[in-house]
Design a protein around this ligand. Sequence first.
Ligand code: GLN
Length: 196
Amino acid sequence: MRVGVVGVQGDVSEHVDAAQRAMKEAGISGDASAVRRTTDLAEVDALTIPGGESTTISKLLVKFGLFDEIVRRAEDGMAILGTCAGCILLAKEGDDAVSKTETRLLGLMDMAVDRNAFGRQRESFEGEVSVAILDAPFRGVFIRAPEITRTWGRCEPIGKLQGKIVLARQGRLVAAAFHPELSGDLRIHKWFFNLV
Ligand code: GLN
């Protein structure tokens, strides 16, 4: 399995590392590498979109010709895991901060996000996320994290913290408001790779 990590901005190396470790732990043969060009994207079976700054990542995706190509591949069935800024980009609806900055969202998942829902309270924190697809809670690392405020259509909420949706799934698309690549717990990655 070849896993690509959108490599234009954000915690790219942490994502590459987590994907490699998760594949190893799950006994999946494959590799992970950064995707910066459309030729890189053409070579991967699944994609992760890291945390970072959603406005910057979006602009750079457009600049490098990756934006439309990611949408096309996703519509073709490619699995995508978006974390934090990546979660925001997967949403169909943003909040005022998204519209004010004219951030183009990939708009692949039937969900709305509030871009800095937790960040307004605290810059970063860790919390126990109850996750429907895991048998025990997941310790999530939240950094200026968004909240998934609403899901509809084919998108289902699968993880909550303090009653707020922080993990959602729509077929092979998965959005996490937190950073599963940073906690050392690779259960979400391993589950995601099984969807690929
Ligand atoms: N709140 C940030 C944004 O709007 C995301 C923060 C993160 O990815 N850690 O892009």
